[in-house]
Write a protein that binds this ligand. Sequence first.
Ligand SMILES: *[C@@H]1O[C@H](CO)[C@@H](O)[C@H](O)[C@H]1NC(C)=O
Ligand SMILES: *[C@@H]1O[C@H](CO)[C@@H](O)[C@H](O)[C@H]1NC(C)=O
Ligand SMILES: *[C@@H]1O[C@H](CO)[C@@H](O)[C@H](O)[C@H]1NC(C)=O
Ligand SMILES: *[C@@H]1O[C@H](CO)[C@@H](O)[C@H](O)[C@H]1NC(C)=O
Ligand SMILES: *[C@@H]1O[C@H](CO)[C@@H](O)[C@H](O)[C@H]1NC(C)=O
Ligand SMILES: *[C@@H]1O[C@H](CO)[C@@H](O)[C@H](O)[C@H]1NC(C)=O
Ligand SMILES: *[C@@H]1O[C@H](CO)[C@@H](O)[C@H](O)[C@H]1NC(C)=O
Ligand SMILES: *[C@@H]1O[C@H](CO)[C@@H](O)[C@H](O)[C@H]1NC(C)=O
Ligand SMILES: *[C@@H]1O[C@H](CO)[C@@H](O)[C@H](O)[C@H]1NC(C)=O
Ligand SMILES: *[C@@H]1O[C@H](CO)[C@@H](O)[C@H](O)[C@H]1NC(C)=O
Ligand SMILES: *[C@@H]1O[C@H](CO)[C@@H](O)[C@H](O)[C@H]1NC(C)=O
Ligand SMILES: *[C@@H]1O[C@H](CO)[C@@H](O)[C@H](O)[C@H]1NC(C)=O
Length: 541
Amino acid sequence: MKISSKDILNFLKTKREISLLFIVSKPQVTSHTIFLLIYATMEKAFASCLLTHLLLHYAMASSAMTHTNITTDQLALLSLKSQIISDPFHFLDESWSPAISVCHWVGVTCGSRHQRVKSLNLSNLALMGSIPRDFGNLTFLATLDLGSNNFHGNLPQEMARLHRLKFLDISFNNFIGEVPSWFGFLHELQVLNLGYNSFTGSIPSSFSNISTLETLNLRSNFIEGQIPKVIGSLINLRELNLRGNKLIGSIPLSLLNASRLESLDISFNSLEGNIPERIGNLHNLNELGIQFNKLTGSIPLSIFNISKIEVIAFTGNSLSGILPNGLCNHLQILKELYLHKNNFHGHMPTSLSNCSELQLLDLSVNDFDGPIHSGIGRLSNLQKLSLKYNHFTGIIPISIFNISSLQYLILRRNNVSGYLPREIDNLTKMQMLDLSENMFIGEIPKEISNLIELEGIDLAYNSFSGSLAMEIFNISGLRKISLSFNNLSGTIPSNIGSVLPNIEELYLMGLTYLVGTIPHSISNCSKLTILELSYNQLRKT
Ligand SMILES: *[C@@H]1O[C@H](CO)[C@@H](O)[C@H](O)[C@H]1NC(C)=O
Ligand SMILES: *[C@@H]1O[C@H](CO)[C@@H](O)[C@H](O)[C@H]1NC(C)=O
Ligand SMILES: *[C@@H]1O[C@H](CO)[C@@H](O)[C@H](O)[C@H]1NC(C)=O
Ligand SMILES: *[C@@H]1O[C@H](CO)[C@@H](O)[C@H](O)[C@H]1NC(C)=O
Ligand SMILES: *[C@@H]1O[C@H](CO)[C@@H](O)[C@H](O)[C@H]1NC(C)=O
Ligand SMILES: *[C@@H]1O[C@H](CO)[C@@H](O)[C@H](O)[C@H]1NC(C)=O
Ligand SMILES: *[C@@H]1O[C@H](CO)[C@@H](O)[C@H](O)[C@H]1NC(C)=O
Ligand SMILES: *[C@@H]1O[C@H](CO)[C@@H](O)[C@H](O)[C@H]1NC(C)=O
Ligand SMILES: *[C@@H]1O[C@H](CO)[C@@H](O)[C@H](O)[C@H]1NC(C)=O
Ligand SMILES: *[C@@H]1O[C@H](CO)[C@@H](O)[C@H](O)[C@H]1NC(C)=O
Ligand SMILES: *[C@@H]1O[C@H](CO)[C@@H](O)[C@H](O)[C@H]1NC(C)=O
Ligand SMILES: *[C@@H]1O[C@H](CO)[C@@H](O)[C@H](O)[C@H]1NC(C)=O
C-alpha cells in the first residue's frame, strides 16, 4: 500500500470532519513504511467500521505484499474469472488459461518494462459477476475498463491499492453501495466513470484529493446530498457529469474555480437556487446542462463570456426573465439552445440571426410573445424549431422557408395567423410540421406534397378552409395526419389505402363539410391504430 506519510498529512489537512483516526505502521514489511489509515465519521457505527478496517489492514499487511510478480497478477485475474458466473461469448473461458501467458489473455496488456498487467479492458463482453477482493493485488494496473457488462455487488475496498490507476471505467453495470471514499487514495486518476450503476450515498469529499482528475462521471445513479464544495478544487476537471441522481442544494460557487471545465451536466437532480452569477468564469465550457432541476432566477449575463459554448440545456426549471438580446452576438457558435418548460417571457431577440450555427432552438412552454422574428430565416443550419405553448403572434415570416435544413417546425398553441405560403415546398427535409391550435386561414397549399420526408403533419384547430384535397397527402412515409377542427370540405380519396400505406393516426374530426363515405381501400392501411372521424357528414356505405 503505497500511501506515504505525506499523503496522510495532506489528507488530514483537508479533512476536519474526521473524528477518529488510527495509523498503523508496519515498518518491517518493505523498504517503505506502510501506513494504514482508518477513519470513521461520527455518523457511522464505530464498531462495524473498525472491524471492516481491521480486516482490510490484515489483508494489506500480510506478507504476500512483499514479493509481487506477474504470478500475483495471474492469480488475481483467475480470482476475477472465478467470480464470473456468465460469459456468454466465452471470451475468458478460452483465453484466460494458465497455459497461456497472462500478457496474452483477452483484454490484458502488460507493461513492457515491468511485465506486469498494466491494462485490463473487458468492456462490452456481456460478463456477469462480481469483483473479488484479490483484484486489489493488480497493483500495476493503470487502465481498467469494465464498462457495459453485468458486474454487480460492491467494489471491494482492496481496490484502494490500485494506486497507479489513471483510467477507471465501470459504467453500465449493476454495482451497488455507497460511492467509495477510498477513490481519494487513487492519486493519479484522470478518468473516473461510474455512470449507469446503482451507487448510493453522497459524493465523498475525498474526491478533492484526486487533483489529477479530468473526467468525473457519476451519471444515472442514486447519489444524494449536496455537491461538495471541495469539488471546485479539482482544477484539472474537463468533464463533470452528475446527471440523473438525487442531488439537492444549490450549485456550489466553488465549482466556478474549475475553470478548465468543458462539459458540465447536472441535469435531472433536485438542485435549487440560481444559476451562479459568475457562471461565465467557466469560459471553456462547451456544454452546460442543468435541465430538470428546481432552479430559479434569470440567465446570468456573464454567460456571454462562454464564447466556446455549443450546447445550452436549461429545460424544465423555473427560470424566468427575458432571453437576453446580446446572447447571439456573443455566443456565435451555439448549436443547441434548450429553454423549454420554464417561465421565460418577452420577445424573440432580434440578434437571433447571429446564432448562425444554431441547429436546435426550443423555446416551447414559456410565456414568450410578440412576432416570430424574420431574422430566423438566416439560421441556415436550423433543423429543429419548437415554439409551442407560447403566445407568439403575427404571421410565419416568409424567410423561414429559406431554411432548407429544417426538419421539425412546431408552433402548436400560439396565436400565429395568416396563410401557409406555398413556399413551404422549399422545406424538403421536413419530418414534422405542427401548426395546430393557431389562427391560420386559407387553403392548405398543395405544395405540401413536395415534403417527401414528412412523417407527421398536424394542422388541427385552425381556420384552414377550402377543399380538403386529401390527395395532397400522398407522402408514403406519413404516419400521422391531423386536420381536425378546420373549415375544410371534400371527401376522403378512394385510393387512401395505396397512397398512405404507413399511416398510423388519422384525425379528421370536426370537419363539418367532410362528405362522402369511408373508402374501402382504408382496410389496406394496415398500421392504422387511430381513425377519428366524429362530427362530420360522412355516410356509412
Ligand atoms: C513469483 O514469485 C513467487 C514467489 O514469490 C515465485 O514462486 C514465482 O515463481 C514467481 N513467478 C515468476 C513468473 O517469476
Ligand atoms: C492478494 O493479496 C493478498 C494479500 O495482500 C493475499 O492474501 C492473496 O493471496 C492475494 N491473492 C492472490 C490471488 O494472489
Ligand atoms: C476497451 O475496448 C473497447 C473495445 O475495443 C474500446 O472501445 C475502448 O476504448 C477500450 N478502452 C480503453 C480504456 O482503451
Ligand atoms: C477559488 O480558488 C481561490 C484560489 O485558489 C480560492 O481563494 C477561493 O476560495 C476559491 N473560491 C471558491 C468559491 O471556492
Ligand atoms: C467577461 O470577462 C471579462 C474578462 O474576463 C470581464 O471583464 C467581464 O466582466 C466579463 N463579463 C461578464 C458579463 O461577466
Ligand atoms: C450580430 O453581431 C454583430 C457583432 O456582435 C453585431 O454588430 C450585429 O449588430 C449583430 N446583428 C444583429 C442582427 O443583432
Ligand atoms: C390568443 O389570443 C387570444 C385573444 O387575445 C387570447 O385569449 C389567447 O390566450 C391567446 N392564445 C395564446 C396561446 O396565446
Ligand atoms: C433566402 O436566401 C437567399 C440566399 O441566402 C437570399 O438571397 C434570400 O433573400 C432569402 N430569402 C428570404 C425570403 O429570406
Ligand atoms: C426557396 O429555395 C430557393 C433555393 O434554395 C431560394 O432561392 C428561395 O429564396 C427560397 N424561397 C424562400 C421563400 O425562402
Ligand atoms: C401527389 O399529389 C400531387 C398533387 O395532387 C401531385 O402533383 C404529385 O405528383 C403526387 N405525387 C405522387 C408521388 O403521387
Ligand atoms: C367554411 O366553409 C364553407 C364551405 O366551404 C363556407 O361556405 C364558409 O363560408 C366557411 N366558413 C368560414 C368561417 O370560413
Ligand atoms: C389492397 O391492396 C391490394 C394490393 O395492392 C389490392 O389488390 C387491393 O385491391 C387493395 N384493397 C382495397 C380494398 O383497396
